[in-house]
Design a protein. Sequence first.
Length: 370
Amino acid sequence: ATSASAQLSKVVKRQYMELPQGDNVQAMYIWIDGTGEGLRCKTRTLDFEPKSIEDLPEWNFDGSSTYQSEGSNSDMYLIPSAIFRDPFRKDPNKLVLCEVLKYNRKPAETNHRQTCKKVMEMETHQSPWFGMEQEYTILGTDGHPFGWPSNGFPGPQGPYYCGVGADKAYGRDIVEAHYRACLYAGVMICGTNAEVMPAQWEFQVGPCEGINMGDHLWVARFILHRVCEDFGVVASFDPKPITGNWNGAGCHTNFSTKEMREDGGLKCIEECIEKLGKRHNYHIRAYDPKGGLDNARRLTGRHETSSIHEFSAGVANRGASIRIPRSVGQEKKGYFEDRRPSANCDPYAVTEALIRTCLLDEEGDEPVEY
Protein backbone atom coordinates (compact mmCIF):
# COMPACT_ATOMS: atom_id res chain seq x y z
CA ALA A 1 0.00 0.00 0.00
CA THR A 2 2.39 2.65 -1.23
CA SER A 3 1.20 5.83 -2.95
CA ALA A 4 0.92 6.12 -6.74
CA SER A 5 3.46 8.96 -6.78
CA ALA A 6 6.06 6.63 -5.26
CA GLN A 7 5.86 4.53 -8.46
CA LEU A 8 6.96 7.46 -10.64
CA SER A 9 10.54 7.25 -11.88
CA LYS A 10 12.80 9.22 -9.56
CA VAL A 11 15.54 8.91 -12.16
CA VAL A 12 13.54 11.11 -14.54
CA LYS A 13 13.07 13.71 -11.79
CA ARG A 14 16.80 13.68 -11.08
CA GLN A 15 17.71 15.08 -14.52
CA TYR A 16 15.56 18.14 -13.82
CA MET A 17 16.91 18.58 -10.28
CA GLU A 18 20.43 18.71 -11.78
CA LEU A 19 19.59 21.70 -14.00
CA PRO A 20 21.37 24.91 -12.92
CA GLN A 21 19.15 27.44 -11.14
CA GLY A 22 21.24 30.55 -11.76
CA ASP A 23 21.33 33.02 -8.88
CA ASN A 24 17.87 32.02 -7.73
CA VAL A 25 17.15 30.28 -4.43
CA GLN A 26 14.06 28.23 -3.57
CA ALA A 27 12.88 28.88 0.00
CA MET A 28 10.31 26.42 1.32
CA TYR A 29 8.22 28.05 4.06
CA ILE A 30 6.93 25.52 6.64
CA TRP A 31 4.28 26.09 9.29
CA ILE A 32 2.07 24.26 11.81
CA ASP A 33 -1.61 24.18 10.83
CA GLY A 34 -4.76 24.52 12.92
CA THR A 35 -4.66 20.92 14.18
CA GLY A 36 -1.50 21.70 16.18
CA GLU A 37 0.24 18.66 14.68
CA GLY A 38 -0.10 18.89 10.90
CA LEU A 39 2.55 20.67 8.84
CA ARG A 40 2.05 22.73 5.67
CA CYS A 41 4.58 24.15 3.23
CA LYS A 42 4.95 26.25 0.09
CA THR A 43 7.89 27.63 -1.85
CA ARG A 44 8.93 31.02 -3.17
CA THR A 45 11.86 32.10 -5.34
CA LEU A 46 14.40 34.55 -3.93
CA ASP A 47 17.06 36.27 -6.07
CA PHE A 48 19.69 35.91 -3.32
CA GLU A 49 20.78 33.31 -0.79
CA PRO A 50 19.47 34.24 2.69
CA LYS A 51 22.13 33.93 5.39
CA SER A 52 19.88 34.60 8.37
CA ILE A 53 16.22 34.90 9.38
CA GLU A 54 16.41 38.68 8.99
CA ASP A 55 17.06 38.24 5.24
CA LEU A 56 13.78 36.42 4.67
CA PRO A 57 10.58 38.27 3.76
CA GLU A 58 7.28 37.70 5.58
CA TRP A 59 4.67 35.87 3.53
CA ASN A 60 1.01 34.89 3.83
CA PHE A 61 -1.36 32.01 3.12
CA ASP A 62 -5.05 31.08 3.08
CA GLY A 63 -5.87 30.08 6.66
CA SER A 64 -9.39 28.93 5.75
CA SER A 65 -7.81 25.88 4.10
CA THR A 66 -5.60 24.98 7.08
CA TYR A 67 -8.24 25.09 9.87
CA GLN A 68 -6.91 28.50 10.98
CA SER A 69 -9.41 31.13 9.80
CA GLU A 70 -12.69 31.79 8.00
CA GLY A 71 -12.98 32.33 4.27
CA SER A 72 -14.25 35.91 4.71
CA ASN A 73 -11.01 36.91 6.50
CA SER A 74 -8.57 34.22 5.54
CA ASP A 75 -5.12 35.78 5.14
CA MET A 76 -2.59 34.67 7.77
CA TYR A 77 1.00 35.88 8.12
CA LEU A 78 4.08 33.65 7.94
CA ILE A 79 6.92 35.00 10.06
CA PRO A 80 10.27 33.28 9.32
CA SER A 81 11.69 31.97 12.61
CA ALA A 82 14.40 29.39 11.83
CA ILE A 83 16.37 28.56 8.70
CA PHE A 84 17.86 25.22 7.57
CA ARG A 85 19.57 23.83 4.47
CA ASP A 86 17.19 22.02 2.11
CA PRO A 87 18.20 18.33 1.79
CA PHE A 88 15.72 17.70 -1.05
CA ARG A 89 16.68 20.55 -3.39
CA LYS A 90 20.15 20.93 -1.88
CA ASP A 91 22.28 24.09 -1.49
CA PRO A 92 21.72 26.98 -1.84
CA ASN A 93 18.02 26.26 -1.25
CA LYS A 94 16.47 26.61 2.21
CA LEU A 95 13.82 25.26 4.56
CA VAL A 96 12.23 28.10 6.55
CA LEU A 97 10.26 27.31 9.70
CA CYS A 98 7.64 30.01 10.33
CA GLU A 99 5.39 31.28 13.07
CA VAL A 100 1.78 31.97 12.11
CA LEU A 101 0.09 35.27 12.99
CA LYS A 102 -3.60 36.12 12.49
CA TYR A 103 -4.91 39.13 10.54
CA ASN A 104 -4.51 41.27 13.69
CA ARG A 105 -0.83 40.18 14.10
CA LYS A 106 -1.67 38.11 17.18
CA PRO A 107 -0.34 34.51 17.33
CA ALA A 108 -2.61 31.84 15.82
CA GLU A 109 -4.14 29.44 18.36
CA THR A 110 -1.64 26.69 17.50
CA ASN A 111 1.37 29.05 17.46
CA HIS A 112 2.94 28.10 20.81
CA ARG A 113 6.38 29.32 19.77
CA GLN A 114 5.84 32.92 20.82
CA THR A 115 5.04 32.25 24.48
CA CYS A 116 7.67 29.49 24.59
CA LYS A 117 10.33 31.94 23.40
CA LYS A 118 9.27 34.54 25.96
CA VAL A 119 9.45 32.00 28.81
CA MET A 120 12.83 30.68 27.60
CA GLU A 121 14.28 34.19 27.53
CA MET A 122 13.33 34.64 31.19
CA GLU A 123 15.60 31.72 32.16
CA THR A 124 18.62 31.97 29.82
CA HIS A 125 20.97 32.20 32.84
CA GLN A 126 20.00 28.61 33.70
CA SER A 127 20.95 27.34 30.19
CA PRO A 128 18.02 24.88 29.94
CA TRP A 129 18.92 21.90 27.75
CA PHE A 130 16.40 19.56 26.18
CA GLY A 131 16.60 16.30 24.27
CA MET A 132 13.45 14.77 22.79
CA GLU A 133 12.98 11.15 21.72
CA GLN A 134 10.49 11.13 18.86
CA GLU A 135 8.72 7.82 18.32
CA TYR A 136 6.69 7.27 15.14
CA THR A 137 5.08 4.47 13.14
CA ILE A 138 5.49 3.85 9.41
CA LEU A 139 2.09 3.14 7.79
CA GLY A 140 0.99 2.24 4.29
CA THR A 141 -1.37 4.69 2.59
CA ASP A 142 -4.21 2.43 3.75
CA GLY A 143 -3.31 3.10 7.40
CA HIS A 144 -1.97 -0.44 7.96
CA PRO A 145 1.49 -0.62 9.63
CA PHE A 146 4.22 -1.01 7.02
CA GLY A 147 5.41 -4.60 6.62
CA TRP A 148 2.61 -6.14 8.70
CA PRO A 149 0.70 -9.03 7.09
CA SER A 150 -2.34 -7.65 5.26
CA ASN A 151 -4.78 -9.96 7.05
CA GLY A 152 -3.23 -10.38 10.49
CA PHE A 153 -0.46 -9.44 12.87
CA PRO A 154 3.28 -10.00 13.08
CA GLY A 155 4.72 -12.06 15.96
CA PRO A 156 4.43 -10.51 19.44
CA GLN A 157 6.75 -7.76 20.67
CA GLY A 158 10.19 -8.81 21.81
CA PRO A 159 12.56 -9.18 18.84
CA TYR A 160 11.93 -5.79 17.21
CA TYR A 161 13.44 -3.20 19.61
CA CYS A 162 16.85 -2.23 18.14
CA GLY A 163 16.37 -5.31 15.93
CA VAL A 164 18.22 -6.21 12.76
CA GLY A 165 17.06 -8.41 9.89
CA ALA A 166 14.21 -8.31 7.38
CA ASP A 167 11.88 -10.11 9.80
CA LYS A 168 12.55 -7.62 12.61
CA ALA A 169 13.28 -4.16 11.13
CA TYR A 170 10.52 -2.84 8.85
CA GLY A 171 11.41 0.22 6.77
CA ARG A 172 15.05 0.95 7.65
CA ASP A 173 15.55 2.69 4.25
CA ILE A 174 13.30 5.50 5.45
CA VAL A 175 15.15 5.82 8.75
CA GLU A 176 18.56 6.03 7.03
CA ALA A 177 17.35 8.57 4.46
CA HIS A 178 15.76 10.70 7.19
CA TYR A 179 18.87 10.62 9.38
CA ARG A 180 21.19 11.76 6.57
CA ALA A 181 18.73 14.42 5.40
CA CYS A 182 18.55 15.85 8.94
CA LEU A 183 22.36 15.98 9.22
CA TYR A 184 22.53 17.79 5.88
CA ALA A 185 19.84 20.28 6.94
CA GLY A 186 21.67 21.13 10.17
CA VAL A 187 19.08 19.55 12.47
CA MET A 188 20.55 18.48 15.82
CA ILE A 189 19.60 14.82 15.35
CA CYS A 190 21.67 12.66 17.70
CA GLY A 191 20.50 9.09 17.08
CA THR A 192 17.90 6.59 15.84
CA ASN A 193 16.71 3.09 16.74
CA ALA A 194 13.99 0.57 15.93
CA GLU A 195 11.27 0.60 18.61
CA VAL A 196 9.33 -2.11 20.46
CA MET A 197 6.41 -2.42 18.02
CA PRO A 198 7.33 -3.57 14.49
CA ALA A 199 7.27 -0.67 11.97
CA GLN A 200 7.80 1.73 14.87
CA TRP A 201 11.01 3.75 15.05
CA GLU A 202 12.52 6.55 17.08
CA PHE A 203 14.90 9.41 16.41
CA GLN A 204 16.40 11.70 19.04
CA VAL A 205 17.01 15.44 18.72
CA GLY A 206 19.26 17.35 21.11
CA PRO A 207 20.76 18.52 23.27
CA CYS A 208 19.21 21.83 22.24
CA GLU A 209 19.07 24.96 24.35
CA GLY A 210 15.81 26.85 24.85
CA ILE A 211 13.65 27.59 21.81
CA ASN A 212 15.97 25.59 19.51
CA MET A 213 14.44 22.35 20.79
CA GLY A 214 11.05 23.07 19.26
CA ASP A 215 12.54 24.47 16.04
CA HIS A 216 14.76 21.47 15.42
CA LEU A 217 12.14 18.84 16.29
CA TRP A 218 9.48 20.39 14.05
CA VAL A 219 11.90 20.54 11.10
CA ALA A 220 13.00 16.93 11.77
CA ARG A 221 9.31 15.92 11.61
CA PHE A 222 8.82 17.84 8.37
CA ILE A 223 11.85 16.11 6.80
CA LEU A 224 10.47 12.73 7.90
CA HIS A 225 7.11 13.43 6.24
CA ARG A 226 8.91 14.44 3.02
CA VAL A 227 11.13 11.35 3.02
CA CYS A 228 8.08 9.12 3.58
CA GLU A 229 6.34 10.90 0.71
CA ASP A 230 9.21 9.91 -1.62
CA PHE A 231 8.88 6.28 -0.50
CA GLY A 232 5.08 6.35 -0.82
CA VAL A 233 4.36 5.64 2.86
CA VAL A 234 3.09 7.69 5.81
CA ALA A 235 4.76 8.64 9.11
CA SER A 236 2.22 8.57 11.94
CA PHE A 237 2.77 10.33 15.27
CA ASP A 238 -0.42 8.87 16.73
CA PRO A 239 0.31 7.96 20.37
CA LYS A 240 -1.53 4.63 20.07
CA PRO A 241 -1.79 3.70 16.39
CA ILE A 242 -2.68 0.04 17.06
CA THR A 243 -4.93 -0.93 19.95
CA GLY A 244 -4.26 -4.03 22.00
CA ASN A 245 -1.01 -5.50 23.24
CA TRP A 246 1.29 -3.14 21.35
CA ASN A 247 3.44 -0.28 22.62
CA GLY A 248 2.21 3.25 22.00
CA ALA A 249 4.35 6.13 20.76
CA GLY A 250 5.68 8.90 23.00
CA CYS A 251 8.10 11.80 22.81
CA HIS A 252 10.12 11.35 26.00
CA THR A 253 11.65 14.68 26.98
CA ASN A 254 15.01 14.94 28.74
CA PHE A 255 15.61 18.15 30.66
CA SER A 256 18.49 19.69 32.58
CA THR A 257 19.68 23.07 33.81
CA LYS A 258 23.14 24.40 34.60
CA GLU A 259 22.53 23.65 38.28
CA MET A 260 21.42 20.05 37.60
CA ARG A 261 24.52 19.37 35.50
CA GLU A 262 26.91 20.54 38.23
CA ASP A 263 28.11 18.48 41.22
CA GLY A 264 25.25 17.77 43.62
CA GLY A 265 22.68 18.56 40.91
CA LEU A 266 20.53 15.59 41.96
CA LYS A 267 19.10 17.76 44.75
CA CYS A 268 17.83 20.25 42.15
CA ILE A 269 16.43 17.37 40.04
CA GLU A 270 14.50 16.04 43.05
CA GLU A 271 13.13 19.52 43.82
CA CYS A 272 11.90 19.83 40.21
CA ILE A 273 10.23 16.42 40.38
CA GLU A 274 8.41 17.50 43.53
CA LYS A 275 7.11 20.61 41.73
CA LEU A 276 6.05 18.51 38.72
CA GLY A 277 4.14 16.13 41.01
CA LYS A 278 1.95 19.01 42.24
CA ARG A 279 1.12 20.09 38.68
CA HIS A 280 0.42 16.80 36.92
CA ASN A 281 -2.90 17.85 35.35
CA TYR A 282 -1.43 21.01 33.81
CA HIS A 283 1.34 19.01 32.17
CA ILE A 284 -0.98 16.30 30.87
CA ARG A 285 -3.04 19.04 29.17
CA ALA A 286 0.10 20.53 27.60
CA TYR A 287 1.54 17.21 26.44
CA ASP A 288 -0.72 16.43 23.49
CA PRO A 289 -2.64 18.64 21.02
CA LYS A 290 -6.03 17.46 22.31
CA GLY A 291 -5.45 18.46 25.93
CA GLY A 292 -4.75 14.92 27.17
CA LEU A 293 -7.32 12.95 25.17
CA ASP A 294 -4.72 11.46 22.81
CA ASN A 295 -2.45 10.51 25.70
CA ALA A 296 -5.32 8.82 27.56
CA ARG A 297 -5.15 6.05 24.93
CA ARG A 298 -1.42 5.61 25.58
CA LEU A 299 -0.79 6.31 29.29
CA THR A 300 -2.54 3.23 30.68
CA GLY A 301 0.14 2.05 33.11
CA ARG A 302 1.00 -0.77 30.69
CA HIS A 303 3.47 -1.03 27.79
CA GLU A 304 6.22 0.97 29.51
CA THR A 305 3.97 3.88 30.49
CA SER A 306 2.70 5.41 33.71
CA SER A 307 -1.02 5.92 34.34
CA ILE A 308 -2.39 9.25 33.12
CA HIS A 309 -4.25 9.59 36.46
CA GLU A 310 -1.21 9.31 38.72
CA PHE A 311 2.19 10.97 39.02
CA SER A 312 5.21 8.80 39.77
CA ALA A 313 9.00 9.02 39.64
CA GLY A 314 11.84 6.55 40.01
CA VAL A 315 15.41 5.67 39.11
CA ALA A 316 15.63 3.62 35.87
CA ASN A 317 11.82 3.05 36.00
CA ARG A 318 10.23 3.10 32.53
CA GLY A 319 6.78 2.73 34.07
CA ALA A 320 7.06 6.07 35.90
CA SER A 321 5.98 9.57 34.83
CA ILE A 322 9.53 10.82 35.48
CA ARG A 323 12.58 8.58 35.12
CA ILE A 324 15.93 9.44 36.66
CA PRO A 325 18.54 7.54 34.62
CA ARG A 326 20.63 5.12 36.68
CA SER A 327 23.86 6.95 35.83
CA VAL A 328 22.35 10.20 37.17
CA GLY A 329 21.40 8.46 40.43
CA GLN A 330 24.99 7.25 40.78
CA GLU A 331 26.77 10.48 39.78
CA LYS A 332 24.30 12.68 41.71
CA LYS A 333 24.00 15.09 38.76
CA GLY A 334 22.70 15.26 35.18
CA TYR A 335 19.11 15.32 33.91
CA PHE A 336 15.69 13.69 34.21
CA GLU A 337 13.34 12.23 31.61
CA ASP A 338 9.65 13.19 31.45
CA ARG A 339 8.00 10.14 29.85
CA ARG A 340 4.51 11.65 29.59
CA PRO A 341 4.59 13.73 26.35
CA SER A 342 2.81 11.98 23.47
CA ALA A 343 4.40 11.38 20.06
CA ASN A 344 2.22 14.13 18.54
CA CYS A 345 2.96 16.72 21.25
CA ASP A 346 4.01 20.26 20.37
CA PRO A 347 7.63 20.53 21.60
CA TYR A 348 7.15 24.26 22.19
CA ALA A 349 4.27 23.55 24.61
CA VAL A 350 6.19 20.74 26.38
CA THR A 351 9.43 22.66 26.91
CA GLU A 352 7.53 25.80 27.96
CA ALA A 353 5.56 23.83 30.58
CA LEU A 354 8.77 22.36 32.04
CA ILE A 355 10.35 25.82 32.38
CA ARG A 356 7.21 27.31 33.92
CA THR A 357 6.92 24.61 36.60
CA CYS A 358 10.57 23.79 37.31
CA LEU A 359 12.25 27.20 37.00
CA LEU A 360 9.52 29.83 37.31
CA ASP A 361 7.89 27.92 40.22
CA GLU A 362 4.39 28.28 38.80
CA GLU A 363 1.59 26.38 40.53
CA GLY A 364 -2.02 25.51 39.70
CA ASP A 365 -3.70 24.36 36.52
CA GLU A 366 -3.25 27.53 34.44
CA PRO A 367 -0.08 29.16 33.07
CA VAL A 368 0.84 32.60 34.42
CA GLU A 369 0.76 35.53 31.98
CA TYR A 370 3.94 37.64 31.96
